[in-house]
Design a protein around this ligand. Structure first.
Ligand SMILES: Nc1nc2c(ncn2[C@@H]2O[C@H](COP(=O)(O)OP(=O)(O)OP(=O)(O)O)[C@@H](O)[C@H]2O)c(=O)[nH]1
Ligand SMILES: [Mg+2]
Length: 282
């Protein structure tokens, strides 16, 4: 093909490389999951099997793609974070998004029968769209992750199930409300104290590699990493060692408070991109 008269068609391939030195978040979101959840009778607002299935698919994605440092999910969406120095696929948006969304979808469908053994899937099959967003600083990234929560879903479904609203009315009622308003609606209308909801639903699910936790306050990774302007080049041997340690670490799903500093302070590898210590086997 090289040098043929057809060679010029390559010029139509546009560049969609994401901005360097920024945290890339690829978010996948279930397509038409309001319908899918109704079709398979998911419990409202949170179906334990459905959440476990989302988490299992996310865990498989993180395991297959070691460039992902952390993933976080609620409802029908999952956000996958790539380190600001990540160079996977030269940071091409289309390749990153399609790889993550298709790997996630494959595992979701593959693992469906484990979580819904008595409910076979039928077309239209589950699928996920994806998008990529770049966040320039650690604070921007953490604020993005903090804004995702389950409070909306809980309030939405309480209005429908307990308040007699239909979906359109509930959506309109909640438009423009802040967290405090939703907490107030839950409490005043339905006597639900959101604080007492199960951790798993309230906190969402986080997927990380499991290294030994460190003492908080012993370092300031966020500041150090924000100050890195150009990725530090390390030797091939060091790259290889990091890769091995990443592959050795087990990928775990947990329900933790990712808004608090403590979560990040105890897990410096999330921001530094340097694998931590593998915990000793007991
Ligand atoms: N019953 C139930 N529904 C859920 C659960 N998790 C997610 N959902 C549904 O998933 C929907 C997610 O919202 P959206 O992503 O905005 O809506 P969507 O129908 O998927 O539409 P698009 O994403 O635009 O294709 C919510 O409206 C819920 O109805 C669950 O655990 N139980
Ligand atoms: Mg959706």
């Amino acid at each position: 093909m090289a040098n043929s008269r057809f060679e010029y068609v390559k010029q139509f391939e546009y560049s969609d490389n994401l901005l360097p030195n920024t945290w890339i978040v690829v978010r996948v979101d279930g397509r038409g999951f309001s319908k899918l959840c109704a079709k398979y009778n998911f419990e409202k607002p949170n179906d334990r099997r459905a959440i476990d299935l989302m988490n299992a698919a996310a865990k498989a994605v993180v395991t297959e793609l070691p460039d992902i440092t952390i993933a976080y999910g609620v409802s029908d969406e999952y956000s996958f974070v790539l380190h600001k120095t990540c160079t996977l696929f030269e940071r091409r948006a289309s390749k990153l998004i399609t790889t993550i969304a298709s790997t996630f979808t494959s595992y979701y469908v593959h693992l469906w029968s484990t979580y819904f053994p008595d409910t076979p899937l039928s077309p239209p099959l589950p699928s996920f769209d994806g998008r990529a967003v770049c966040y320039p600083s650690v604070q921007n990234l953490r604020d993005y992750m903090s804004h995702i929560n389950n409070l909306y879903n809980t309030t939405f479904w309480s209005l429908i199930k307990l308040g007699g609203f239909d979906a359109k009315e509930a959506e309109k009622f909640l438009a423009g409300t802040f967290s405090a308003d939703k907490n107030e609606i839950l409490f005043s209308k339905f006597k639900i104290n959101y604080n007492n909801e199960p951790e798993m639903y309230k906190k969402g699910s986080v997927v990380v590699r499991d290294y030994e936790l460190v003492e908080p306050g012993s370092h300031n990774v966020a500041e150090t990493i924000d100050n890195v302007a150009e990725p530090v080049k390390q030797s091939k041997t060091q790259d290889e060692n990091d890769r091995k340690r990443r592959n050795k670490a087990s990928v775990v799903v947990d329900h933790l408070d990712i808004i608090k500093d403590d979560f990040w302070d105890r897990r410096p590898w999330l921001l530094s991109n340097k694998p931590g210590k593998i915990p000793k086997q007991i």
